[in-house]
Design a protein around this ligand. Sequence first.
Ligand SMILES: [Fe+2]
Length: 160
Amino acid sequence: MALVLTGYGRLDRPHRDVERCLRDLAEAVRARDIVLVRGRACLFVEKLEEHLADEEALMRATAWSQIARHTDCHAHLLFEARRFERHVAVNSLTPGIASWALIRLPELIRFHCIVSDFGFAKYALRLAQDPRPRLARRGDSPVRREMSVPRIRSASPPRT
Ligand SMILES: [Fe+2]
């Protein structure tokens, strides 16, 4: 899997760990060692669970508005990863399992990084660069901006 960097270190660092797990899994598949494949599938699923939970906590902490959709995507990724782990636990190494480990899982994660994680990374980077307090940012919607046009004081009537 060629890692897709988002530019946000708090995502990119754990993504490298997940990528390393996938690389180790691929190595076991190429060695045709099903016992090793089972162990590395387990490590991959653990690392993925840990990372996705951390990512969701980070999204909650930064009030990311797309968190519900994003957690749905994570649930799908975990479902596929756990299904793979269960499948290798009771089956021998087939071309189908090899394809699942070498192509399907890496591509699912890569697709998620491009389609979903990039948006959050962009948002988080913008927050990190915004010096205003968080409460001021929350009221920063376009509608509120229009409504918060500074008042123009009416000139007091000339004194006679
Ligand atoms: Fe994500």
